[in-house]
Design a protein around this ligand. Structure first.
Ligand SMILES: Nc1nc2c(ncn2[C@@H]2O[C@H](COP(=O)(O)OP(=O)(O)OP(=O)(O)O)[C@@H](O)[C@H]2O)c(=O)[nH]1
Ligand SMILES: C=C(OP(=O)(O)O)C(=O)O
Length: 215
């Protein structure tokens, strides 16, 4: 059954990896700034989500006390990560969001979107409100940056590696919107970070990137 939720306000679940294991593909470029960068990109992602008018709350799932404290200070609710991988973390965040607001739709959002703009996220959530289960492919159309379900619909995130095809073949609607570059621009490599910088980094990431990113 197709449900449509106009004017819905969303719970957003953001997973944040334990810092010692985070952003390893940026270790070469970021050096001693790698952990600070991981916290900064999560902070910019969280701030942009909280600033989106269609977002009611942000639920961060992490096992690490440092991002937990930083992101709680920004206004996120923090849930303990069972530490059994990304999709398990997302399901823990989903379970908490249902306890807090059982009638609100839920979207899992990658933490590494440092150029995210609230208006672009609003565009995505308005589109997601028209489908039971949907997702946004990443900038390379290989992975996924957002996965969403409406209330009462099974929440079955399939993140990790080539997740775009898994979400698509699992029956989720691919949200093919034209003008949402900041929602699709996740940052795994230094080239990704430069592309995000061209879109406009959030202030937390810009401050850390300035310490190691040279033109
Ligand atoms: N809470 C939680 N978040 C995770 C876990 N694994 C990955 N993530 C998050 O999922 C997103 C994608 O993570 P990855 O690309 O696998 O890891 P990364 O730290 O961004 O980068 P690499 O170390 O270079 O792979 C990021 O938002 C991570 O913070 C996990 O086990 N628990
Ligand atoms: C986890 C994913 O992405 P990445 O490892 O590129 O952050 C994904 O796209 O499902």
């Amino acid at each position: 059954m197709l449900k449509v939720m106009q004017e819905a306000r969303w719970s957003i679940v953001i997973p944040v990896k334990t810092l010692i294991r985070a952003k390893t593909r940026l270790a070469g470029a970021a050096g001693t700034h790698r952990e600070d960068l991981a916290v900064a990109v999560a902070a910019d992602t969280t701030s942009a989500a909280l600033a989106c008018p269609l977002v009611a709350r942000v639920i961060v799932v992490t096992a690490d006390p440092i991002p937990a404290a930083r992101l709680a200070a920004l206004g996120a609710v923090v849930v303990q990560d069972p530490d059994k991988g990304l999709n398990t973390a997302l399901r823990a965040g989903f379970a908490h969001s249902v306890l807090l607001a059982p009638h609100d739709p839920v979207a899992a959002l990658q933490a590494d979107l440092p150029a995210l703009r609230p208006a672009e996220l609003a565009q995505v959530l308005a589109a997601a409100a028209q489908f039971d289960e949907s997702f946004v492919p990443d900038a390379t159309t290989v992975g996924t940056t957002l996965y969403a379900t409406l209330p009462g619909v099974p929440f079955h995130p399939r993140f990790g590696g080539e997740s775009r095809n898994r979400h698509l073949s699992g029956g989720a609607k691919e949200l093919a919107l034209d003008d949402i570059p900041t929602v699709r621009r996740d940052v795994d490599t230094v080239e990704d970070l430069r592309t995000a910088a061209a879109l406009g980094l959030g202030p937390h990431t810009a401050a850390v990137a300035a310490k190691f990113l040279v033109d």
